[in-house]
Design a protein. Structure first.
Length: 247
């Protein structure tokens, strides 16, 4: 069985690694971790935000339609590795996989719209590899079947591409950099980051991931709050340049 092969094979790496890595598939953790993009590449972060509705809809409808049983509800506990809580229902598709591949597709499609150079292709491969590792961590911790992860990854990739297209064609994301929109986004990220830092004190295996993500959100939010108007305008120009086909 493919699930058992991946699940057992993942034991070559320690349990804390997989438990921490799988935490990045949670949108509440991943979004603040990527918030630093607002400082230099705001369109990329906006593309991730724009992918959320489609990604969430895929996850909710998929789980409602399938109502599939997870490995812990089917297999004997001694036959596979279980790290963390034993989840039993709503298996298909993997919400974590949808989230991480939506984020990867949104960022990569924005920053690397036409990866023609070897450096661009290397960055593209690195981004996909990281997303794949986080998605496969769901199998490593025993939370999902491999089919859940593959379906979630495919759906997430489409959601991310839709988010990148929306950010590219509408330009709604510029409110992140000017006036009250920038202040609201900054305050929101600061609060989000602080909540994650507080949660990290009560966490066990993924405390470092929560703390790192919270710190990223806090730094990004504070930077938005203190950014001067001329700096915001410069950031808008940098983000706009990503839309040009020649890039």
């Amino acid at each position: 069985m493919a699930f058992l092969a991946v699940n057992r094979g993942s034991t070559i790496l320690p349990a804390w690694f997989w438990y921490g890595l799988t935490g990045l598939g949670d949108a509440a953790v991943l979004m603040p971790a990527l918030a630093l993009l607002t400082l230099r590449k705001p369109q990329a972060w906006a593309a991730v935000v724009a992918s959320v509705p489609t990604a969430a809809l895929m996850s909710v409808l998929g789980k409602h339609w399938s109502a599939g049983a997870r490995p812990a509800a089917v297999l004997d506990a001694s036959s596979f590795t279980l790290i963390g809580e034993a989840l039993r229902y709503n298996s298909f598709p993997s919400g974590h996989s949808i989230t991480v591949f939506a984020a990867a597709a949104a960022v990569l499609a924005t920053l690397l719209p036409s990866p023609r150079t070897s450096r661009a292709r290397l960055l593209l491969a690195a981004g996909v590899t990281v997303a794949l590792m986080i998605a496969l961590s769901r199998v490593a911790v025993g939370a999902h079947w491999l089919a859940d992860v593959l379906a979630g990854g495919a759906g997430g990739w489409l959601a991310g591409l839709s988010g990148a297209a929306l950010a590219r064609r509408t330009g709604w994301w510029r409110w992140l950099l000017v006036g009250k929109g920038r202040q609201a986004a900054g305050a929101f990220l600061c609060v989000w980051g602080l909540l994650l830092l507080l949660q990290a004190h009560r966490a066990n295996g993924n405390a470092a991931i929560l703390a790192l993500s919270g710190l990223c959100g806090l730094v990004a939010g504070f930077a938005l709050l203190i950014r001067r108007p001329n700096q915001a305008a410069a950031g808008t120009c940098r983000g706009t340049s990503l839309q040009r086909p020649s890039d």
